[in-house]
Design a protein around this ligand. Structure first.
Ligand code: WQD
Length: 334
């Protein structure tokens, strides 16, 4: 299939392109390079031997998108592009709503114009807010998001479902990611946050290489086994493989479907620290500090729907994720 990938040089998209190419798909990648680097395209080629077709275009640029896509046969779009810094979204809500929701609407209009009514959307477990129950199934009600970034994911899901409702010829697959971490086993591609990492694993790897003095653990007074936050960490390669499987659902004219992509296992912050230390033989100094506003106690998936319908299940362990995260960081100290 000819697959259009938005946000192509990002962390999850780049790993997904590797898996798609290795499954014989042809990639047309787009990215505005506002939060990633063009050298990711060459890194993908280093792994697969195939350089993805790539255009530096913003999804908000209707004319720019049409100029590239009007004469292309696109079988499906996998839509990753979007601003994703939770904290930044609180201080810049208009930019987040404009870019993420406005950009998605522009993308959908272009897809409709060129006759591609198949889209897989990169959503997030954050749409559940403080989940009504855990483990979380897809019919768990969506919650009150704690930040504009989360609201953009939740609202884009609604835009997609209403688009399908108005024209059932649209096939929509919404993938709700839990906590993606890890890196490709080669260490050539991985997570490259700009500035001080917001997320746990990239902060840990920067402590491990001496770039940060210690990890600050945001609270140990949650209602969890050891008091620290519990999350469903999923290896980014497992996540990428979930997208390959989602294409089968599109090919089968699935209509509109939502899937949780998680492992079903919840691990605390201290579990992750201890596993990282054990797997890599590196001490991670940390200090318990106060809770981070907007954090929830516990969030992990009940992933059986993806297994039953997509034939997908995560296979990497937390040990694999810690090993691969460090392998990438240690090979990319810059
Ligand atoms: C995990 C746990 C923190 C950093 C966010 C977004 C979500 C998705 C994944 C984009 C929590 C604790 C973290 C640190 C810490 N992003 N922590 N010290 O908040 O579950 O999810 O990233 O799609 O949409 O909401 O991930 O990695 O930030 O936090 O103690 O320096 O680690 O409190 O318990 P989160 P996270």
């Amino acid at each position: 299939m000819n697959i259009l990938i938005t946000g192509a040089t990002g962390f999850i998209a780049s790993h997904t392109i590797v898996e798609l190419q290795q499954n014989g798909h042809h990639i047309i990648g787009l990215d505005n390079l506002s939060n990633s680097s063009i050298d990711t395209i060459d890194k993908i080629a280093q792994i697969t031997g195939v350089t993805p077709e790539f255009y530096s275009i913003d999804i908000c640029d209707y004319n720019g998108l049409m100029s590239v896509l009007a004469d292309k046969k696109i079988d499906c779009c996998i839509h990753f592009a979007g601003l994703k810094a939770v904290g930044e979204s609180v201080s810049k809500p208009l930019e987040y709503y404009d870019n993420n929701i406005g950009g998605t609407i522009t993308l959908l209009k272009v897809l409709r114009e060129i006759g591609c009514l198949n889209i897989i959307f990169s959503s997030s477990a954050t749409v559940y807010g403080t989940p009504a129950f855990v483990p979380i199934t897809e019919d768990c009600p969506k919650g009150i998001c704690t930040n504009p970034y989360g609201w953009t994911k939740s609202m884009i899901e609604q835009v997609l479902l209403d688009t399908h409702h108005a024209n059932p010829d649209w096939n929509i697959v919404i993938l709700r990611y839990f906590n993606p971490i890890g890196a490709h086993e080669s260490g050539i591609i991985g997570e490259r946050p700009n500035g001080i990492p917001n997320n746990l694993m990239p902060y840990i790897t920067q402590v491990a290489c001496g770039k940060r003095e210690k990890l600050f653990v945001y609270g140990n007074d949650y209602d969890t086994p050891d008091g620290t936050g519990v999350r469903d960490y999923i290896h980014v390669v497992d996540l990428a493989r979930g997208h390959v499987k989602a294409l089968d659902a599109i090919r089968n004219n699935c209509g509109a479907e939502i899937f949780n992509l998680g492992t079903g296992n919840g691990y605390s912050v201290l579990d992750v620290i201890r596993t990282f230390e054990s797997v890599n033989g590196i001490n991670i100094p940390y200090e318990i500090v106060s809770r981070r506003p907007g954090d929830i106690a516990s969030c992990y998936a009940e992933p059986s729907k993806a297994e039953k319908i997509l034939g997908w299940r995560a296979t990497h362990t937390l040990q694999d994720m810690c090993r691969d995260s460090w392998n990438y960081q240690s090979k990319n100290q810059d």
